[in-house]
Design a protein around this ligand. Structure first.
Ligand code: MG
Length: 160
C-alpha cells in the first residue's frame, strides 16, 4: 500500500465558470488558471501521482503546453487514473477537503464524489469530499481564492 497527498490553490477572478470536483458551481467568480482551475481535481491528481511515485501534475501536464489551455481537469484526472492503472495500482480510498469561504459548497459535494468516482472507475464509497471555511481568516477567508487538500491510499492488489 502507498499513500499520497496533494495540495492546490487558485485565486478568484470575476465572472467565468467555477468548476470544482468536475461540477459546475454557480458563483460570481471563477478560478484563475491555465486550465479550468479545478483546484480539487488538481490536488487529487497530485495525491495520486505522489502515491504512485510519479512526480506531480506540473510534470505531466505543463502549463507552458498550449494543449492544456482551458483543459477540462476531468481529462487530466482520467489520464492520471490510467497511468496508475497501467502500473497495476488500485485506488483504496481518496479523502479531500475544499477550503473556501464562498460559495456554499454543501449542495454540490455528492455530485463531486460521483464525478470523481466515475473518472477513476472506482466505487463511490471510496471517494470522500468535504468542504470547510476558515472562519474568514487568511486568503480563503477573505474570499481571494480556494484551496484544496487530498490524501489517497492505493495498492497493487485487486480490490476485495
Ligand atoms: Mg492547480
Amino acid at each position: 500500500m502507498r499513500i499520497g497527498q496533494g495540495f492546490d490553490v487558485h485565486a478568484f477572478e470575476s465572472g467565468g465558470r467555477l468548476v470544482l470536483g468536475g461540477v459546475l458551481v454557480p458563483h460570481s467568480h471563477s478560478l484563475k488558471a491555465h486550465s479550468d482551475g479545478d483546484v480539487l481535481l488538481h490536488a487529487l491528481c497530485d495525491a495520486l501521482l505522489g502515491a504512485a511515485g510519479l512526480g506531480d501534475i506540473g510534470q505531466h501536464f505543463p502549463d507552458t503546453d498550449e494543449t492544456y489551455r482551458h483543459a477540462d481537469s476531468r481529462t487530466l484526472l482520467r489520464s492520471v487514473g490510467e497511468k496508475l492503472q497501467a502500473r497495476g495500482f488500485t485506488l483504496v480510498n481518496a479523502d479531500m477537503t475544499l477550503i473556501a469561504q464562498s460559495p456554499r459548497l454543501a449542495p454540490y459535494i455528492a455530485a463531486m464524489g460521483e464525478t470523481i468516482a466515475a473518472d477513476l472507475d472506482a466505487p463511490v464509497e471510496c471517494i470522500n469530499v468535504k468542504a470547510t471555511t476558515t472562519e474568514h481568516l487568511g486568503f480563503t477567508g477573505r474570499e481571494e481564492g480556494i484551496a484544496a487538500l487530498a490524501v489517497v491510499l492505493i495498492d497493487r492488489q485487486s480490490r476485495a
